[in-house]
Design a binder for this molecule. Sequence first.
Ligand code: KG4
Ligand code: ZN
Length: 383
Amino acid sequence: MSKILAIETSCDETAAAVVEGKEENGKSRLSILVNVVSSQIELHKKFGGVYPEVASRAHAEKIIPVIEEALEKSETQSASRRTNVKFNLKDAMKEIDAIAVTYGPGLIGSLAVGLAAAKTLAYCFDKPIIPVHHWEGHIYSNFIREKAKSKKQKVKIPGFPSLILTVSGGHTSLILMKDHGKYEILGQTLDDAAGEAFDKVARLLGLPYPGGPSISAEADKIKYQIVNSKIKERCTQEFNLPRPMINSKDLNFSFSGLKTAVLYKIKALDKLDEKHKAALAAEFQDAITDTLVSKTIQAAKKYHPKSICLTGGVAANKMLREKFLDIEKYLEYQPDIYIPAAELTTDNATMIGAAGYYHLLLGKTSKWYDINVASNATLNSKE
Ligand code: KG4
Ligand code: ZN
């Protein structure tokens, strides 16, 4: 059994978590003991996006309280803790076997704060440190399977090879995960990431940051009807947007043209009223989720993965989640489909701890002096 303290500060969430991994009958089981996320969304709203300098300052302010909260809550849960004892960092760190931390990619000033905190703890308490690639963290949010909340949710971990659609504010890619730590990038965005497209289109529509949840809420104002027993269809179809690269032979994406198409639709209007806003948000959401799901189906037909996983902040999108769960209808076999719990889709440290646990099992740990931030870190591929 191993307990891992995990730290994530790559963008605008200061996050710390404690996860526990166990090996039982040859199977790994990961549990979340504590998950603390301090979001900076309110600070960045007025800029309409993440302002790097503001982000790193806020991380510097929050990192110690967030780590302390995670350790204190984890200690409170521990059976060995005596009641009414004041929090003591030294005692709390005795229970931790390793420290996992995001080293990249991300905003350099933000990453540096989390990494410096992790290195300091590793140095002072002589703990191994596990550097985790941010996308890898997102991928491993699918390996935390505590309890199934719906019939379609899987309790066992994804089988290999696994096809992963990662969709967040900083990246969008289709990855074939052949085993723990072995990745092949099958395709990725040639310009904007999916989350970035949500954020930019929200700005065009005058909706607040972050754009994903705002567009989703705006689209929900449109009425839908059920056709063909299950498939939902919008009652009115005012705008038609392109599904970029949906018929291209490769597995790459491109979303900047879609954003420009929204801009032209707005320019063609006399006035962008509330009705137009909702209709454009709904059509944009439909177009982007159609493209993401259709490329995932193409990849599944080509690579026949045992499982298909969705990850990243955009995975919080309700429409994308619904369409993703329907992927098996378009395939001639039934791979297991995985979607993380909604609270684990956007940036958090639990996913970094989960990836860290599997690194620990493979003996992939470092010393504090061996790791550095890498704002453009690439995911090791093709093994
Ligand atoms: O993974 P994440 O927290 O940070 C990065 O690694 O980039 O993803 C943040 C992105 C933002 O662009 C945000 O607009 C998007 O995820 N997002 C959503 C939703 N919730 C967050 N996009 C669509 N629908 C949502 N419900
Ligand atoms: Zn992320």
